[in-house]
Write a protein that binds this ligand. Structure first.
Ligand SMILES: [Zn+2]
Length: 370
């Protein structure tokens, strides 16, 4: 075993002791797609979840492989088309490492079955691309006090964080509820395969850190992304690490875990609304010229606002906007509200929320210094 994993055992941050911990880890990857594929390949190659150590790699995906997946879901091959993703992934991953213990799940993850499945794992990797499942995973993991290695991509932007409610914020601390209007996933908005690969690889690294344990991490200077959001823009390779705080009014963190109820219905809400079409700065100036009253809102975090913002904008961080009743008191509700953030994802959430409150809101895509 030592020879096979020699290149990582030689790292003082891992060593023989760390390698044993990786072998013992029980990690569930939800979604064997663009993020899950690279995450699974790196975990399995690294000797995570070995049968001899009592470890396990879980692969959850209710979908089948199709031709359009092959551009980024690199665990699959052409001959897998039509096969269930969980089984096809297991087949290829077993060939990569025959010592790994696998469990596969090809049914739909829902509120009725998620707790049973998550209970069997130490760490969850969220490789999904829809809000309903992200919220379901978050809420269930919070009930069970399990860490979730979160990843998402949209176009050229990628994000990674670890949500672990006992040690930092959860997904709902940042995005309290699912958008009521449709926000495109990568299948609709498009992405380059390598960008999903970067996010999935980072998720695998973070899952390995968690498998080593927080005490081991602290002792060896490994700093997992708990309470931090790593955001990159592959158009420019602008990479930032934002501090995330637990939200004092988070609907989940502020509820005793046993009282958190799991729900499936957010998927339906997401899928039935009209898309939020972004506007450009040129569209905004056209709007100004018509004389329509406009209020500009910046929904980024304090540090981002401090490093530069558009003249005349109001600053209301997304978490506050979504959860605090008085966040909107300074806004003239009859104005057209034009919302922006760094890359258009948080502002899309804000726009759908404002529209659900009966306000006219537009998502402005803008290049900001960072
Ligand atoms: Zn929370």
């Amino acid at each position: 075993m030592s020879a096979r994993y020699a290149r990582q055992i030689v790292l003082p941050e891992i060593g023989e002791a760390g390698q044993v911990l990786l072998g013992k880890a029980r990690i569930l990857v939800v979604g064997a797609g663009g993020l899950g594929s690279p995450a699974l390949l790196y975990l399995v190659a690294a000797g995570v979840g070995l049968a001899s150590h009592g470890g396990r790699i879980g692969i959850f995906d209710d979908d089948a492989v199709d031709a359009s997946n092959l551009q980024r879901q690199i665990v699959f091959r052409e001959l897998d088309q039509g096969a269930t993703k969980a089984e096809a992934a297991r087949r290829h991953l077993s060939a990569l490492n025959s010592a790994t213990q696998f469990a596969t799940y090809s049914h739909r993850l829902n509120a009725a079955n998620i707790l049973d499945i998550l209970s069997d794992y130490d760490i969850i990797i969220d490789g999904t691309d829809n809000f309903a499942t992200k919220y379901l995973i978050n809420d269930a993991a919070l009930k069970l006090n399990k860490p979730v290695v979160y990843g998402s991509i949209l176009g050229f932007e990628g994000q990674v964080s670890i949500f672990w409610a006992n040690h930092g914020p959860c997904y709902r601390c940042i995005y309290p509820r699912a958008p009521t209007a449709h926000v495109p996933n990568c299948a609709e908005a498009g992405t380059l395969g390598g960008i999903a690969g970067v996010v999935g690889a980072i998720q695998a690294v973070e899952a390995c850190k968690l498998a080593l344990g927080l005490a081991h991490c602290q002792q060896h200077g490994l700093d997992p992304l708990i309470g931090k959001l790593l955001v990159f823009d592959a158009l420019t390779w602008d990479i930032r690490k934002l501090d995330l705080d637990k939200h004092p009014k988070c609907p989940c963190c502020m509820t005793p875990p046993e009282q958190i109820t799991l729900a499936n219905e957010e998927r339906a809400v997401c899928e039935t609304q009209q898309p939020v079409k972004p506007i450009s700065l040129r569209d905004l100036s056209d709007l100004w010229e018509t004389g329509v009253p406009v209020t500009l809102i910046d929904v980024r975090e304090h540090a981002e606002w401090a490093s530069g913002h558009l003249d005349g904008a109001l600053h209301i961080p997304l978490g506050r906007l979504l959860s605090e009743e008085d966040a909107l008191v300074d806004i003239n509700r009859s104005d057209v509200l034009v919302v922006y953030c760094q890359h258009g994802i948080r502002s899309a959430h804000a726009v759908s929320f404002l529209r659900s409150k009966g306000m006219e809101a537009l998502n402005l895509l803008v290049d900001l210094p960072s």
